[in-house]
Design a protein around this ligand. Structure first.
Ligand code: ZN
Length: 186
């Protein structure tokens, strides 16, 4: 059977269900007897070293990797490659996704589109550009119930790395984020 490679990107703010959507697609591929493998950056060790764990607690096995090149090395027998928390990888993840798709692999990438300052996050803009298909998922704004747009940081700090849970970040819509910032430096 000829395999058709493609790149699918699932992006959105924190608490938008990105990882749940990634897991859903990977499970369906597993039911179809495809060989699946999930990779994530090794710095995302919030819950467990081995599993991709979503905020809703559904898990699927995953392999932490230090750099995108490792994904190429470790996925030679894989039909569907999932990549979670892609925003933490460097830009070489873009070439890796292209290379996999050109080999006939279906690549499903999940990541935060914006950091807590509302700036495009790491390699995500380039991944969105090369994607065959883009799905933007939304959390609900905790202030007004509209669709959220950005993950606002509640606690102090200026590191871009976001490994938080509900305690540290809250999803806000564009309007409520604007009010929160009081029009400063937007
Ligand atoms: Zn709002």
């Amino acid at each position: 059977m000829m395999r058709r490679g493609r790149v699918e990107v699932i992006c959105g703010s924190m608490f938008s269900g990105k990882t749940e959507e990634l897991i859903r697609r990977m499970r369906r591929a597993e039911f179809a007897r495809q060989r699946v493998e999930i990779f994530k950056p090794s710095l995302d060790t919030r819950y467990s070293e081995e599993d991709v764990v979503s905020h809703e607690g559904t898990t699927i096995n995953s392999t932490p990797v230090d750099c995108p090149a490792s994904i190429l090395l470790l996925s030679s027998d894989t039909d569907v490659v999932g990549i979670d928390e892609a925003q933490f990888f460097d830009n070489s993840i873009v070439d890796v996704c292209n290379e996999l798709a050109n080999r006939g692999v279906r690549v499903i990438v999940a990541g935060l589109d914006l950091d807590y300052l509302g700036q495009p996050f790491g390699p995500m803009p380039a991944l969105l550009a090369i994607a065959d298909e883009v799905t933007k998922v939304h959390a609900i704004c905790v202030r007004c119930g509209s669709l959220a747009y950005v993950s606002h940081r509640i606690v102090d700090g200026d590191k871009q790395v976001m490994l938080g849970e509900m305690k540290e970040y809250e999803p806000l819509c564009r309007e409520c984020y604007k009010k929160e910032k009081g029009g400063r430096n937007l």
